[in-house]
Design a binder for this molecule. Structure first.
Ligand code: GLN
Length: 486
């Protein structure tokens, strides 16, 4: 049995059609994806590990269930993969960190359990920046990940592996995590769709925490409809995460209204800077014109507090990270180092953490220390409240806020060395995490031959509006997914 042509590029919709019509079995699809990964991923480096036996066993069970007429989940037989900071019981989960090199998950993350319960086949775990700190995946303790659109360039980060795995056509969808942009920025740089849901829409249980008040699991796929298919499975309240919220039932058909007529699109001047890549700016402006042609109303808006978003993020995020990472002491978590207790702690952390993580732990500990707590941390929380209010006020007059996702296209390995310059790549994505609102990045053309992302932000829990704007745009833009550098 050969793979039907509708499986290139591999999408969830294509896979489900082929599986449900009997054109392909889950086992064959899994085998073909694994074969492709083994052949091609050495040149990309998206996967840290594939779960071949486990995946094939599950695929056979799905085929068997289909034969006997047993009920099948919504993603039965669909090949997916997960970021290395999401737990799957019994498998390694290192969050890209050396200190967690032998860490095997003792339980399964809610999002992963829900994917498996829906019949999705988890093919492996994907590379990321160490502890999810970074924007290029270069801080991974394990390997580089190459951008499938140009293998001399970074895929973005911290979810570089999940973005690259979809862009290379290895799996139909992946889960990443987004604390300051780590789903949207790599989606933008790799030319795929990436969603960061509203804070509280998706359970964080079993995600290795970076900054708990910003962290949110997100989805990469080739189409908005496919993102929704995954979201329908993973979202909703979870008893193990008290920040997760109950959601009303909204069937897919209702959510994929692609009509842009009358949609009010806010265009914030603060996101279109002179320092950004001019080609990206042009691509986003061209996308906005398409919204207008399709009947949407463009509304120039101002979000003056935007300039405080990045400094606020780089205070609250390291503060929470330094506290979350306290448990990696080589005793409770992490690789144990020899010596007396205090020596052992010191050695475990000195060897186990890379430079960026150490920088943030020091920064975070400083921010939280007596005397500086009020000056930095408390002040940042006050600014956070104002930023959130600024968004809420803006959404009284517009449905969506549109902007570029990233100030730059994918850069070459090693090109950005300075941490501040690296942090600046989060300038357009961090505000949504600070405010807790949902945001999506969709491909909107090329600059210098490289993908550009259009970011759409919506009010809390207004994902349906986000999906409408994103899917509507891709439709009027005549977007068809591609893989690799074709
Ligand atoms: N680049 C950002 C950082 O380094 C975002 C990280 C993330 O979203 N996980 O903090």
């Amino acid at each position: 049995m050969a793979l039907p042509p509708l499986l290139s590029p591999l999408t969830i919709q294509g896979a489900l059609t082929a599986l449900n019509s009997g054109q392909i079995t889950a086992e064959l699809l899994t085998e073909e994806c694994l074969k492709k990964i083994h052949e091609q991923d050495p040149n990309i480096g998206a996967f840290l590990e594939t779960f071949d036996d486990r995946a094939l066993t599950q695929a056979r069970a799905i085929d068997q269930a289909r034969l006997t007429g047993a009920p099948l989940g919504r993603l039965a037989g669909v090949p997916v993969a997960i970021k290395d900071n999401l737990l799957l019981k019994g498998e390694l989960a290192t969050a890209g960190c050396k200190i967690l090199k032998d860490h095997r998950a003792a339980y399964t993350a809610t999002v992963v359990a829900r994917l498996e319960a829906a019949g999705a086949i988890i093919l492996g775990r994907l590379n990321m920046d160490e502890c999810a700190m970074g924007s290029s995946t270069e801080t991974s303790a394990w390997q580089l990940t190459r951008n499938p659109r140009d293998t001399n360039r970074i895929p973005g980060g911290s979810s570089g592996g999940p973005a690259a795995a979809v862009a290379a056509g290895f799996v139909a969808a992946t889960l990443g995590t987004d604390t300051g942009g780590s789903v949207r920025q790599p989606a933008s740089l790799c030319g795929v769709v990436g969603l960061k849901p509203t804070y509280g829409r998706v359970s964080r249980y079993g995600m290795i925490a970076l900054a708990s008040s910003f962290d949110q699991v997100g989805v990469f796929a080739h189409t908005v409809e496919d993102v929704i298919r995954v979201m329908e499975v993973i979202e909703g309240q979870d008893d193990f995460d008290l920040t997760s919220q109950p959601l009303p039932d909204q069937p897919l058909a209702e959510l994929v209204n692609t009509d842009l007529a009358g949609l009010r699109i806010g265009v914030p001047a603060e996101y279109f800077t002179d320092t950004m890549d001019p080609g990206s700016k042009l691509a986003v402006e061209t996308a906005l014109e398409k919204f207008k042609t399709a009947g949407a109303i463009l509304v120039p808006i101002s979000l003056p507090l935007t300039k405080f978003a990045l400094p606020t993020y780089y205070i609250i995020q390291p503060a929470e990270a330094s506290s979350n990472l306290g448990r990696y002491d080589g005793l409770r978590y992490g690789t144990r180092a020899p010596g007396k207790l205090s020596e052992s702690y010191l050695t475990a952390r000195s060897i186990g953490f890379g430079r960026e993580v150490k920088r943030r732990i020091m920064l975070g500990a400083f921010i939280l220390s007596a005397g500086y707590y009020d000056a930095y941390y408390k002040k940042a929380l006050a600014v956070q409240a104002e930023l959130k209010q600024e968004f809420i006020n803006a959404f009284k007059t517009v449905d969506i806020i549109a902007s570029p996702t990233s100030p730059a296209v994918a850069w070459k390995f090693g090109e950005i060395q300075d941490p501040i310059t690296m942090y600046l790549s989060d300038i357009m994505t961090a505000p949504a995490n600070i405010a807790g609102i949902p945001a999506i990045s969709v491909p909107c053309g090329l600059s210098q031959g490289l993908p550009v992302g259009l970011q759409l932000q919506a009010n809390h829990f207004a994902e349906a509006t986000l999906y409408r704007a994103a899917a509507g745009y891709l439709k009027v833009a005549g977007y068809t997914p591609t893989i690799g550098n074709s």
